[in-house]
Design a binder for this molecule. Structure first.
Ligand SMILES: C=C(N)C(=O)O
Length: 128
């Protein structure tokens, strides 16, 4: 899939590792459910640690992407949910390590709570 990044100086620059917009040719879209930091084997949170949960969430997301026949390059939109937005910079740093450029579009939302007491959830849309 060849995605194109859309950027304009008439809108604010990204405040994290994301693009203002991404366009993708008409094709197959895959909508992923949100992933939290559960270990696939146990179904329990990998850690009480925010960074550990973020990394496990992205690993879970990547496993589903690969099961759909895609790669991280096929992500066109991510949504991040954090129970503590003071961890925004940490989430950005981990995401920038994992997600290849050009970055997908993204929304980040602070929420009161997440299932299983998780601190982080990531949801993705792919264009294959
Ligand atoms: C401001 C955003 N769109 C973000 O951090 O995802």
């Amino acid at each position: 899939m060849s995605k194109a990044i859309i950027h304009t100086d008439a809108a604010p620059a990204a405040v994290g590792p994301y693009s203002q917009a991404v366009s993708a040719p008409a094709g197959k879209l895959v909508f992923l459910s949100g992933q939290i930091g559960l270990e696939p084997g146990t179904g329990e949170l990998v850690s009480e640690n925010f960074e550990g949960q973020v990394r496990q969430s992205f690993a879970n997301m990547q496993a589903v992407i690969e099961a759909a026949g895609g790669t991280l390059n096929d992500i066109v939109k991510l949504t991040l949910f954090l129970t503590d937005l003071s961890k925004f910079a940490s989430a950005n740093a981990i995401m920038a390590e994992i997600i290849p450029q050009p970055y997908p579009a993204r929304s980040t939302i602070g929420v009161a709570s997440l299932p299983k007491g998780a601190q982080f959830e990531v949801e993705a849309i792919l264009a294959l």
